[in-house]
Design a protein around this ligand. Sequence first.
Ligand code: C2O
Ligand code: CU
Length: 610
Amino acid sequence: MRMNKMDLLIMSNSKTQRVILIPMVSYSRSMFGVVLLLVILLFSSSSSSSSMAATIKHFKWHVEYKHWSPDGVEGTVLAINGRFPGPTIRARAGDTINVELTNKLTTEGLVIHWHGIPQIGTPWADGTASISQCPINAGETFVYRFKVPKAGTYFYHGHYGMQRSAGLYGSLIVDVAEGETEPFRYDGEFNLLLSDWWHKSSHDQDLDLSSAPMRWIGEPQSLLINGRGQFNCSLAAHFSKARISPCSFRGGEQYAPYILHVRPNMTYRLRLASTTALSALNFAIGEHKLVVVEGDGNYLKPFSVDNMDIYSGETYSVLFTTNQNPSQNYFISITVRGREPKTPPALTLLNYDDDHRHPTRPPPVAPRWDDYDASIAFSNKILALEGSPKPPSHYHRRIVLLNTQNLIDGYTKWAINNVSLVLPTTPYLGSIKYGIPNAFDPKGPPDRFGDEEGYDITRPAPIQTAVYGSGVYVLRFNTTVDVVLQNANVLKANVSEIHPWHLHGHDFWVLGYGAGKFRDVDEAGFNLRNPPLRNTAVVYPYGWTALRFVADNPGAWAFHCHIEPHLHMGMGTVFVEGARRVRIPTPVAAEALACGLTGKWLMSHNPGHH
Ligand code: C2O
Ligand code: CU
């Protein structure tokens, strides 16, 4: 049989997919005995009435830099157990995840954050450097142990410096508890982890961003689907007028596309998660409708679209039915939105057909990058599934967070209510729990900024007013908090950017989006009937977004723009709630919190620990 390029492509890809699957299966088999033993131990030692099927899932990971070619150009990635992206964690609701993480980097600390997992009762396992723990030192091991209470699509990633940009991420999927069912049906499932990739290393990017004047990192060279992209070639070259070469694969390439092999007349669940450093994305499958059913681990009122936006920090489940001509194949396309795209779309194939033909139709076309109306229309379709938890009808405290880009001593920074976040050396969780003074700015940022002065959100920040700060918002335990994100102009005239904001430790209800400057009377338009619960929500250019949550999870929780360079430039803040009531087990405290001032404090209060 004569094979063309596409044959090779698909065969090599199915091989790689098998290679990925085999170690996972054998790994979980070998762990089966251990898991069983621990289940028995758990039940003999615990009097709680938790689900009979709950288990502990054990993982042993090491992180190191590796040469890798995510898009055909070799660079370096942060690999977990020698792989990029990291291994997928799969568990059931109610399970405990136990990750024994060894930092094999030679000169860097390390943490991993479990994005979307609320860490109820385990705030020290949230994996945020300087907030929930000290970075794990080079050569050391730290055990993350936490529960996954709710089914849904999640992911994990580095949360120290720009380690997420360096490729430290992977999927975390939680199935419904044994005996439970999802509120929708499907015959098969795929998981796509979306990211963006630069040929410049994350260390160089870090230096660029923190130089004065700042050197902007620019748009990514490639978009990656499950860590695979194609630089300087296109799977759809034959549709392109530009002189771009078709991709060819010999087999086994690290960047060979992840192809979705389907059978006709079936319904598939597609899990999407975006861990991009910068890019807002639009996702589409040629000729196929997408029915959105889950966002950030919460069920949504199903709605059907031709294409959908996904921002960094968001996850979705969509259903699609393979009801198109089965003798054709179709393009799956991921396109940059919200910034003038200089990055070609990421493409892969929906493959019905064993003949592995090229699709006869070009890739689906996304809305224009600056068609914000299309994006806002999509956001407004996202509503909670009937029967979902409803928000309290009143709030106790409203915090309006003005997002500005500022110059501080010649450095370009982002500020929230005029404060550009600088993380302290002592993690907040430890210094607050133990009452250690001077660990961070005692004065928190204000609940509002710029109102009296009549701050003009349509103009660049007027003067060098913003300051560096490490203060936090202390929320009264169990109160209802409204957070309104207020967007504004950046330093350049007539530009306002999209920011996807992510909250740790909580889901929040998204009560509404509006244009211009938020006024308290705008609350009349809040959706209190069926707002979706999410952990990430976007604020549109020159607009506002209103969120509500109940401060009922003791800990110190980051709230920040999920664009990695923006967070790196200070675009975040910290909410502290009930942190004095957190009971931190002594061994955890010694391991997770013994740095900065807490180290000295723990030594003097627990002389047994050195
Ligand atoms: Cu996914 Cu604080 O981040
Ligand atoms: Cu941002």
